[in-house]
Write a protein that binds this ligand. Structure first.
Ligand code: FUB
Ligand code: ZN
Length: 645
């Protein structure tokens, strides 16, 4: 079912719900319909709404020239400040603000954003083109260098326009975005003039625009952009040698690609767009590509924290299994992109392994990108530190802060999904939503204290008893850390779980990682999922040299790290012998309230070995108490101390 309505200025917009994507199996419930009340996530959403968005606003309009650039264009003169892709940060901030305003209405913030939008609209050229860098530096040079992010910025503009319209009902930015999208379509696709987006992102944005407006030309343009790649008229011809075509996934046509290459954020945005297109066009070639690339990523290029993109040199993927810890790049934006892509893969397939990966990345590498205070950020998220690395207030290239802000503010979109008849529970987050299943309003209320423990309750309420299935995700981490062969639980130790409905054990089939609970649901029915959490020692495949004879600790979906601030000399001297016993406890006063893993283990310092009480904290919480040495992979034997690069 699709809702259609006329907006204030007569434009026709559609909201994309069910039935529009022919090959998509399930559809997320949008965050605007999900109220989150959760020990873990509510504080995260709140800190983004207050602190992170404040930081984005002050760096966008005061401390850097990002908004001034739009003012200068409107005025007709001035020097461009910053980097050629800085417009994108303004748009991404607006998108984050839009999501956050939905959760936390804020008139002052909305009024200020309206002013930004006026300035953006005033900077648009009569033909729809909009880019402050090229407009201030000479419009005659526009659309000449595929690496210069003009289309990437357009993509973020489109996403912002849609988000702001959906929250506020104000269509000014969306109309600007549509005018720019039409300009691009008229300039490139209609005359079929080759153009390869150097930094992907516009494809997924155009797919959002297609769903928003129901205008087929945006779907066609998105697909056209994807089809341009790998045909030799792309970026490889222009760039320096080190930016070979595979840097931007442009070495071979997308439907022939089987290995992950190049820049991690670009790749994630590309495959997210490709998944969106495939869900519309049923393009089996694209699905084959993504299946193969996904396997390649999780089997050969995936950190235990869910981070991707090991190398700084290309901000992306390196050789298979080459996953160094201290120099791990793992850009925050790449984790955000990994969440986007895996949600889309889940929607296409209804397989929970994609949510397993999404969850790992979200709870570890992604939210590591933001401080407890919400106003400091990691660009890269390494798995070990010599104590000199810390989050920053901002960056010259400031893609990460607003990216993590838009993800956290829209967290509600990742919890539930639905098919035409059934409900899917993907993430375990205290929340409420109402879903219309076959003309029956089903009210769902989830509670628990995940990820600190594994007890989750889901109440189902509906007016009239009705038969349908609740597909309950049984997390992959119960059995193995990551789908694929890269990591294992030592000694194949698994975690058990039980599921009851109204207190009684049930018989239900496990289908693609979801327990299918099919019954006639009635008011007040309650599902209880109880997952045992045990401290797991994770070992890596032998192919991963960096982690030889080392273990990482995990409890539930959370990966732990040891910081020297709790454990002096641990980074260079701690060993976790085979028989170590672990204790987990919740510390309400530590780092905003967190589980810790405690154990007694030897630390070697100055050639002296001494047993110490060790405290490990969740990886995503490290570096919130000043600079400190840190590591995730810890030697099991003395011989391995010091080899932690
Ligand atoms: O190029 C725009 C953004 O800057 C990319 O997504 C990030 O990786 C950083 O290079
Ligand atoms: Zn980034």
């Amino acid at each position: 079912m699709k809702g259609l309505f006329i907006c204030s200025l007569g434009l026709l917009f559609s909201t994309h719900l069910l039935g529009q994507s022919p090959s998509q199996k399930i559809f997320p419930i949008n965050f605007s319909k999900v109220a989150i009340e959760d020990n873990f996530w509510s504080p995260q959403l709140e800190k983004v709404a207050t602190s992170t968005i404040d930081a984005c606003v002050s760096y966008t309009e005061e401390k850097t020239g990002r908004i001034r650039n739009f003012e200068k264009v409107a005025k007709g003169s001035g020097q461009h400040e910053g980097i050629y892709y800085d417009d994108s940060d303004v748009y991404k901030a607006i998108e984050a603000i839009a999501y956050s305003l939905k959760n936390y209405p804020n008139q002052e913030l909305e009024a200020n954003t309206d002013q930004w939008i006026d300035k953006i609209a005033a900077a648009q050229q009569p033909d729809g083109y909009l880019n402050t860098y090229y407009t201030l530096n000479g419009l005659e040079n526009r659309w000449k260098d595929m690496e210069r992010h003009e289309d990437y910025c357009a993509g973020h503009l489109i996403e912002a326009g849609i988000a702001y319209y959906n929250t506020t009902g104000k269509d000014k930015l969306l109309k600007v975005a549509i005018k720019f999208a039409d300009h691009i379509d008229n300039y490139f696709r209609i005359p079929n003039k080759p153009w390869v987006t150097g930094h992907e992102g516009i494809e997924l944005a155009l797919m959002k625009l297609y769903h928003q407006t129901n205008e087929k030309r945006y779907l066609q343009l998105a697909d056209w952009f994807v089809e341009q790649r790998g045909k030799g008229h792309g970026v490889g011809k222009i760039w320096d040698e080190w930016k070979a075509p595979e840097y931007a996934q442009d070495d071979i046509p997308v439907r022939d690609q089987r290995k992950i290459t190049g820049h991690a954020v670009r790749a994630m945005y590309l495959y997210s767009g490709v998944a969106d297109i495939a869900s519309e066009t049923k393009d089996v070639g694209y699905v084959k590509t993504m299946d193969a690339i996904w396997d390649d990523v999780v089997n050969k290029h995936y950190y235990i924290t869910g981070g991707i993109g090991a190398q700084g040199s290309n901000e992306g993927f390196g050789k298979p299994y080459d996953l160094p810890n201290e120099s791990a790049y793992c850009e925050t934006c790449a984790s955000v992109g990994m969440v986007f892509w895996n949600q889309r893969m889940n929607m296409l397939s209804a397989q929970s392994k994609y949510i397993d990966v999404l969850e790992r990345t979200l709870y570890n590498a992604a939210i590591d990108g933001i401080s407890l205070t919400g106003n400091r950020f990691f660009y890269g998220n390494p798995l070990a530190s010599d104590g000199n690395y810390e989050r920053s207030e901002w960056f010259g290239t400031a893609c990460c802060p607003s990216n993590i802000a838009r993800l956290v503010s829209s967290l509600g979109s990742y919890i539930y999904s639905r098919s035409a008849t059934d409900l899917y529970v993907n993430l375990f987050v205290g929340s409420e939503t109402t879903v219309d299943l076959n003309k029956n309003e089903v009210f769902v209320k989830q509670s628990g204290n995940y990820p600190w423990n594994g007890n989750v309750s889901i109440e189902i309420n509906l007016k009239k008893a009705k038969a349908f299935a609740v597909f309950l995700r049984i997390p992959g981490w119960l059995k193995e850390p990551v789908p694929g062969s890269l990591y294992h639980y030592k000694n194949n130790k698994t975690n058990n779980y039980t599921v009851t409905v109204n207190g009684k054990p049930i018989k239900a089939a496990l289908i693609d990682g979801y327990l299918k609970i099919n019954r006639k649901w009635k008011k007040g029915d309650k599902i209880d999922l109880n997952m045992d959490m045990e401290v797991q020692r994770i070992v890596s495949s032998d192919a991963m040299k960096a982690n030889k004879n080392r273990v990482a600790l995990q409890y539930g979906p959370i990966v732990y790290a040891v910081e020297d601030i709790d454990n002096p000399n641990a980074k260079d001297g701690l060993i976790i012998p085979e028989n170590t016993e672990f204790k987990v406890s919740y510390k309400p006063d530590l780092l905003g309230g967190t589980n810790v893993i405690q154990f007694r283990a030897p630390i070697i310092s100055n050639n002296l070995q001494e047993d110490k009480e060790i405290t490990a904290i969740p990886y995503f919480l490290w570096n919130n108490r000043g600079k400190s040495k840190m590591q995730v992979w810890i030697p099991e034997e003395i011989t391995d101390i010091g080899r932690n690069k």
